[in-house]
Structures are given as C-alpha cells and as structure tokens.
Ligand binder design. Structure first.
Ligand SMILES: Cc1cc2nc3c(=O)[nH]c(=O)nc-3n(C[C@H](O)[C@H](O)[C@H](O)COP(=O)(O)OP(=O)(O)OC[C@H]3O[C@@H](n4cnc5c(N)ncnc54)[C@H](O)[C@@H]3O)c2cc1C
Length: 401
C-alpha cells in the first residue's frame, strides 16, 4: 500500500523534507499544506540570505553538524538548479579591546567545527573591507549569500512532479487514529501514515493541536533591517559581522551585501506583538496576551531586559540605529541609511524562560514536530531534512512491527 505523508508548512524545512522523502521513499504520496498563499511566506522569505559557515554553534550540536553539511548540500543544489549564489566570505570584527579574547575563542570554536577561519590584523581587515573600523578580525571565506525564496520556489516546482502542494489551507487539528493521523484543515480532511509539522512561528500551537505536550512555547522576535543608500553601499564589499555575545543566539547587527547586490544592515531583535507582526503596528491581541501572560516570558525578560530595551530603542530611533552601525562603519552618515524589510524569528523557549539553543525535532506517534529551527536552519535545511526523514522512517517501521 502507498505510504501517505503530509508535511504541514511550505517554508524551507517543509519543502526540503518533501524533496528528501521523494529521494528516499519515491513511492510515497506526499502532500505539503500551508495556510499562506505562497511558499516561503514567513521566515524562509524574510531573512538575511546568508549561507552560514557553521562557525558559531556549540561543537557537536545539531546546529553545528547540519550547518556544515547543509552548506555543502545547498551550494550543490543551487548549482544543479541554476539558483544564483555567491561564496563571498565574511569578516567578524572586534572593535573593542574586550572583544579580542572572544574573537580568539570564536576562532577556536570555528576550527573545532571544521570551519576554515583566519585571524587577521587591522591592516588585513582594511584590505578586505577598507571602510570597516576594527582592531582585528576573523576572516571566514566559506560564508556566502543566496535568495532563499528562489530556493523554496525551486523546491516547490520539484514537488509538483511527485506530490501535491496545497496553499491557503490552515491546519486546525491533527487527530490520532489507529495507525495513522487525520489532518483537519479549514476546508478539508484526509488521513496520513505520517505527518511532519514544520510550522515555524506556529510550531507549538500545531503541536498542541495534535495532542503533543512539547513543553515549549514560541516567542516571536522581529528582526528589522536597514538598507544602505546606493551612494553608501560601496562602503561594504561582502559580509561584516560584530563579535557576537556568546550568550545571545542572535548575531547582532551586521552588514550583508545580498545576492541582489544591495547592502542591508540588521536585523534587530525586538519582541513582536503578533506571531506574524512585521511592523510595530501589527498587533494580534491573542498572540500578545498569550506571550504577556506566560510566566516564561517574564523569566526571559528578567534575564534579558537590558538587551531588550536597547533593541527596542534602536528599533524606534534611527539615530540609535545609525550609532550602532557606526561601530563597524564609522563613515556612515544619517543620509546613508533607510528603513527596509523585516522578518520574524520563531524562537522556542522552555518552561524556565530559557531560549532553546539547538534545533529541536520530536517524534510523537505518527506526528513529527520541528519545534525549534532558528538560524542557520535555512542554510542547514537540506541536512535537517535528511534527519527528519530518518526519524520518519523509524516511526513508520515501528508501526509495521
Ligand atoms: C530575520 C531573520 C534572519 C535570518 N537570517 C538567516 C540567514 O541569513 N541564514 C540562515 O540560514 N537562516 C536565517 N534565518 C533563519 C531561517 O530563515 C529559518 O530558520 C528558516 O526559514 C525556518 O524555516 P521553516 O520552514 O522552519 O519556517 P517558515 O519559513 O516560517 O515556514 C513555516 C510555514 O508553516 C506555515 N504554517 C504555520 N502554521 C500553519 C498551520 N496551522 N497550517 C498550515 N501551515 C502553517 C507558515 O505559513 C509557514 O509558511 C533568519 C530568520 C529570520 C527571521
């Protein structure tokens, strides 16, 4: 009998998983369903477009492993499908004395993760990025840029050959029946032997709607970008990052010369008042109240209130935003930047208000949930998809026994 598999979510994780299933279980009937009217409607279509090298992540973690592997798979996939991408390299720049030690620690971590990275002095930094101010830097040649929307559209076209893509259909419930699951959407229902939920900003809600008690809650953090005006854009040749705070999962405001040759600065990290809130004015009372009433939000806020206030200040004040950019690019003037797009990150938080650092995938009977897939999940998507399919095969086999 044909194995029926439903993937909820047509972001990059869901679509990459559909491709992996087709390659490993070509006889399976795959349906990808999304509540939005296009693929890549949320995080996968609103990000920095960076192909990460894997330097930052805890050695041995799923993030570290799948980022390195996923980067190679993604480069090969783009080549096979004529999707433009570029290995432009990046510099991570220390602008203060106290960041030099952290830069060394980051280099050791990168080497442990198998990432080629070289410490460079002020002069070498100036040769790579002449307008950037720094005491020293790390040069990471393997980092690149791509347009993840193009990647998702290509994955969706590939799916058309062997599976179904249903858009504009929100999944309301997933009911467990004996040996299978029933998917109930706004306007239809069907049965599947395996359901894989890749719902990003709604991962926790879809888990609850399937009867899974995951214990995690998604908190949405908006990342706002600025853009360098064409006259200022030549100041940045490639990718320029600050030294990240080791305790913060977000990487800080950085400059990215995108695959479309624009230079973006950002993203910030401010609490979003709606799970799909791309501007301050986007308020969803249910989402905002749900976050505000959760004890874990307050526990998180108690730890991070200072960073949070700084981010909110930078979000509301262009002077503050410019000030933070000028740490790296001191020549930038007020007339050189303009507000640009934004994205909302889905960040899983545990009951103690701690941000979940690693990717998190949990299987519960016929349903597999991707509960935390923050950056670099777009880079790592093709490798994450292989791991999801490994889990899926175990779930399917366990029911055959
Ligand atoms: C600002 C920002 C910058 C980033 N920069 C980078 C970067 O440079 N490099 C990198 O590798 N990663 C980056 N990331 C991370 C990366 O974009 C995400 O990790 C990745 O896109 C996650 O993909 P996803 O498929 O899990 O989620 P999504 O793309 O959010 O897809 C989830 C899908 O599920 C659908 N859905 C939700 N609920 C339901 C439901 N009930 N029924 C049906 N459909 C549903 C949604 O409509 C959505 O289409 C960034 C993220 C952000 C937000």
């Amino acid at each position: 009998m044909t194995t029926r598999i439903t993937i909820v979510g047509a972001g990059i994780i869901g679509l990459a998983t559909a491709r992996a299933i087709n390659r490993r279980l070509p006889e399976a009937a795959v349906t990808v369903v999304d509540k939005a009217s296009t693929v890549a409607a949320h995080q996968s279509g609103h990000n920095s477009g960076v192909l990460h090298s894997g330097i930052y992540y805890t050695p041995g973690s799923m993030r570290a492993r799948t980022c390195r592997e996923g980067l190679q798979l993604m480069e090969a996939y783009c080549d096979e499908n004529q999707i433009p991408w570029k290995r432009c390299g990046k510099v991570i720049v220390a602008t203060r004395e106290d960041e030099l030690k952290r830069l060394d620690a980051l280099r050791s971590r990168g080497l442990e993760n198998g990432v080629d990275c070289t410490k460079i002095d002020r002069q070498a930094l100036g040769d790579i990025e002449p307008h950037v101010n720094g005491l020293a830097g790390l040069h990471v040649p393997s980092t690149g840029v791509v347009d993840y929307v193009s990647v998702c559209q290509t994955l969706a076209r590939e799916l058309n050959g062997h599976g179904k893509l249903l858009l504009n259909q929100g999944v309301r419930r997933i009911e467990r029946r004996s040996g299978h699951a029933r998917i109930i959407t706004d306007g239809a229902q069907w049965d599947s032997d395996l359901v894989i939920s890749c719902c990003g900003l709604h991962a926790d809600r879809v888990a609850r709607a399937s009867g899974t008690r995951s214990g995690i809650r998604i908190l949405p953090f908006r990342g706002e970008y600025w853009k360098l005006r064409p006259t200022a854009a030549p100041m940045v040749r490639g990718l320029v990052y600050p030294v990240p705070d080791p305790a913060m999962p977000f990487l800080g405001v950085h400059f990215t010369r995108t695959i479309h040759d624009d230079v973006e600065a950002g993203p910030s990290a401010v609490p979003a008042l709606s799970r799909e809130g791309y501007r301050w004015g986007d308020i969803n009372l249910f989402d905002a109240m749900e976050s505000a009433c959760a004890l874990r939000t307050w526990k998180l806020a108690a730890r991070w209130w200072k960073n949070g206030l700084g981010e909110i200040h930078r979000s509301l004040s262009s002077t503050q935003a410019l000030q933070s950019m000028r740490h790296l690019l001191p020549e930038l003037g007020a007339g050189d930047i303009e507000r640009s797009v934004s994205g909302v990150r889905a960040q899983a938080v545990d009951r103690d208000g701690r941000l979940i650092d690693d990717f998190l995938i949990e299987a519960d009977g016929p349903v597999i949930h991707v509960l935390n897939a923050p950056s670099p999940a777009a880079t790592a998507s093709l490798a994450i998809a292989e791991q999801i399919v490994d889990r899926g095969l175990v779930q399917l086999e366990s029911r055959e026994d």
